[in-house]
Design a protein around this ligand. Structure first.
Ligand code: GSH
Length: 228
């Protein structure tokens, strides 16, 4: 009998979504355990003592932490359509761009979201758009980043899929990823969010709002402290 798979996560968290999307895409049966981030469970603290964060995957008695590490583990440990390409160079490229999407693209974008209007924000928006332009070019006419199927890089970059809700929440009037400037990325967002496996674990607008609403003040303060 296969060992049980449990995912400790928080619905609305883009990191949790990555792990859950990987499980869905591979067709792995799992139990989702909603974690209260204000009162973390003993299970989470015991198995992720370093970061104490979600997502956390439990496969039998083995624990895997960090969203992209989980995605790679799920890809390797279970049958189902591959998320990473088999060619070593293509794998390296997918990892390179995933790192870019996470470290550069999402971080700058997130700072831009919560930074009040002014010179600092204008700089962050310009940097965000430069990063998005690189992601746009990376799509290069393909349906998904890796080709016709949803793969590792799509999952890594999936935070871009709920940007409109975050922009609404942050009171951003002009989207940083508008259709005119980024047609390929906007089309990709539509393809990603309407994919059957992804759709099944995509938080609703209300769930995203609920997840971030409580943090808004903290996010604004955090963005401000990073400029000092
Ligand atoms: N680098 C981690 C980030 C995970 C993360 O920031 N998780 C947040 C939820 S979105 C969390 O658990 N926050 C709780 C805390 O910081 O105490 C990953 O990719 O999994």
């Amino acid at each position: 009998m296969s060992e049980p798979v449990k995912l400790l996560g928080s619905f609305g968290s883009p990191f949790t979504h990555r792990a859950e999307a990987a499980l869905r895409l591979k067709g792995v049966a799992y139990e989702f355990i909603q974690e209260d981030l204000g009162n973390k469970s003993e299970l989470l603290l015991r198995h992720n003592p370093v970061h104490k964060k979600v997502p956390l995957l439990l496969h039998g008695d083995r624990a895997v932490a960090e969203s992209l590490v989980i995605v790679e583990y799920v890809d390797e440990a279970f049958d189902g359509p591959p998320l990473l390409p088999s060619d070593p160079l293509a794998r390296a490229a997918a990892r390179f761009w995933a790192q870019f999407a996470v470290d550069r693209c999402s971080r700058t974008l997130f700072k831009a979201l919560w930074t009040p209007d002014g010179e600092a924000r204008r700089g962050l928006v310009a940097e965000t758009k430069e990063n998005l332009a690189l992601m746009e070019a990376r799509l290069d006419g393909r349906r998904f980043f890796g080709g016709d199927q949803v793969g590792y890089l799509d999952v890594a970059a999936s935070g871009l899929a709920w940007l409109p809700v975050l922009e609404e929440l942050a009171g951003v009037e002009r989207s940083m990823m508008g259709e005119e400037e980024f047609p390929a990325l906007c089309r990709w967002r539509g393809e990603y969010t309407s994919h059957e496996a992804v759709k099944a674990c995509l938080p609703s607008r209300d769930q995203i709002v609920a997840f971030y609403a409580g943090m808004k003040e903290r996010l604004v303060l955090h963005a401000r402290s990073m400029q000092k």
